[in-house]
Design a protein around this ligand. Structure first.
Ligand SMILES: Nc1ncnc2c1ncn2[C@@H]1O[C@H](COP(=O)(O)OP(=O)(O)OP(=O)(O)O)[C@@H](O)[C@H]1O
Length: 326
C-alpha cells in the first residue's frame, strides 16, 4: 500500500547562531497520513528542535541552514507554518499549561480555534468544543467546558490540550513527550486516545519521545536521533528486532527484557556531547564500542538495509549495503 505522505523533512540542517558543528545535520524522514512516526533518542539529541522546525517555531538563535520541509507537497516557510499551525498542523506538548490559558474556560479555548480558523459562530464552535471534549474522553463535557484548566487533573488537562490541538482536524499532529508528565495508567490512556484520534481524524503523527515503551506501543516507524543526526530509521519491528546502529543497539540493550514497558533511555556509558562539542564524522564515535579512525572522516553516508530501513554507520558501508543518499 502506498503511503500518503503528509510531511517530509529533507536533509534538514539547523545551526545555532550560525556555528559549526550544526545542531541538527542532514535529517530526513517523513510522516504519512494515519501513521505515527517516533523521533527517539536521549535528551539533547535534537528531537524537540527538529519538531519545532516542522511547526515553524524555531528559537530565534536557531536557523535552517539547508534542506527543506515539505508539507502536503508545498515547501514550508516560517510564514506558511504560522498559517497552518492550529489548523493543518496541531501540537501537543509535555506540559498542558504551556498551551492552555489559565484565565480562559476550557471550552472557550477549544472553540476559539474553530472560530479563528474555520470561521464558526460562537454558538456552533461551543457545541463543537463540547463534542471534542467528549471525543477525548472528558466526562460531563458540558460542565467541563465551562471550567478553567486548574479545575482539571493533569491527565484531563492533557486531554483538553489534545482536544484543542485536533479541533480543526489537522493533517499532522506533533506530540512532544505528550505523556511524560503523567502517571503510567494515564500515559497508556492518552496513547490509546492519540492512536484512535489519528485514525478518526485521519492525521499523521510525529511523536517525540525518549521512552521506548511509548514507541513500541504507539509508532509504526521510528527515527533514532543521536547528537543531531538521524542514525537509523525504519519500521518499528525492524528497529526493535534488527537494530543496525551501535547507538540503537545500546539503547535497546539498556532495557532489560522483563522491564516495564515505559523503560527510560539513559544507560549507555558516557553522555551525549553538548552541541558545540559534536565530533567530526559519526557523532556517536566517542561512545561507540566499534569506533575506528574512519568514523572521524566526515559525515557518514546513509546506507539502505531494506527499502524501509536505513542506517548511518560505516560498519554497514563495509558490509556493502547500498548508499541511498549522496
Ligand atoms: N534555543 C536554544 N539555544 C541554545 N541551544 C539550544 C536551543 N534549543 C536547543 N538547543 C540545543 O540543541 C540541542 C538539542 O536540543 P533538543 O531540545 O532539541 O533535544 P531533545 O532531543 O529534544 O532533548 P529533550 O528530550 O531533553 O527535550 C541541545 O544540545 C540543546 O542544548
Amino acid at each position: 500500500m502506498s503511503r500518503d505522505v503528509v510531511v517530509s523533512v529533507e536533509g534538514l540542517t539547523l545551526e545555532l547562531q550560525g556555528l559549526q558543528p550544526a545542531l541538527v545535520e542532514d535529517v530526513s524522514f517523513d510522516v504519512a497520513s494515519g501513521e505515527t512516526v517516533a523521533l527517539i533518542g536521549e535528551s539533547g539529541c535534537g528531537k524537540t528542535v527538529t519538531a519545532q522546525a516542522v511547526l515553524g517555531l524555531l528559537p530565534p538563535q536557531v536557523r535552517a541552514a539547508s534542506g527543506r520541509i515539505v508539507f502536503q507537497g508545498t515547501p514550508l516557510t516560517r510564514e506558511l507554518a504560522a498559517r497552518l499551525r492550529g489548523r493543518e498542523i496541531g501540537a501537543v506538548f509535555q506540559n498542558p499549561m504551556t498551551s492552555l490559558d489559565p484565565t480562559m474556560k476550557v471550552g472557550d479555548q477549544i472553540a476559539e480555534s474553530r472560530r479563528v480558523h474555520l470561521n464558526e459562530s460562537r454558538r456552533v464552535a461551543r457545541r463543537h468544543a463540547v463534542e471534542l471534549l467528549e471525543l477525548v474522553g472528558v466526562t460531563e463535557p458540558q460542565k467541563r467546558a465551562r471550567q478553567f484548566p486548574h479545575q482539571f487533573s493533569g491527565g484531563m488537562q492533557q486531554r483538553a490540550m489534545i482536544a484543542a490541538a485536533i479541533a480543526c482536524e489537522p493533517k499532522l499532529l506533533i506530540a512532544d513527550e505528550p505523556t511524560t508528565a503523567l502517571d503510567v495508567t494515564v500515559q497508556a490512556e492518552i496513547l490509546i486516545l492519540l492512536d484512535r484520534l489519528k485514525i478518526e481524524v485521519g492525521m499523521g503523527m510525529l511523536l517525540v519521545t525518549h521512552d521506548l515503551g511509548v514507541v513500541a506501543a504507539a509508532a509504526a516507524r521510528v527515527a533514532v536521533m543521536y547528537a543531531g543526526h538521524v542514525v537509523e530509521q525504519g519500521r518499528t519491528e525492524e528497529i526493535f528486532e534488527n537494530p543496525a546502529h551501535p547507538y540503537t543497539q545500546g539503547l535497546l540493550a539498556s532495557v532489560p527484557a522483563d522491564a516495564e514497558p515505559r523503560s527510560r533511555l539513559r544507560v549507555i556509558g558516557g553522555r551525549v556531547p553538548s552541541a558545540g562539542d559534536f565530533p567530526v564524522g559519526c557523532r556517536f564515535q566517542t561512545r561507540c564500542p566499534h569506533a575506528e579512525a574512519a568514523c572521524a572522516r566526515g559525515l557518514v553516508p546513509v546506507q539502505a538495509l531494506e527499502t524501509t530501513h536505513e542506517v548511518r554507520c560505516i560498519l554497514h558501508e563495509k558490509s556493502g549495503a547500498v548508499n541511498t543518499h549522496a
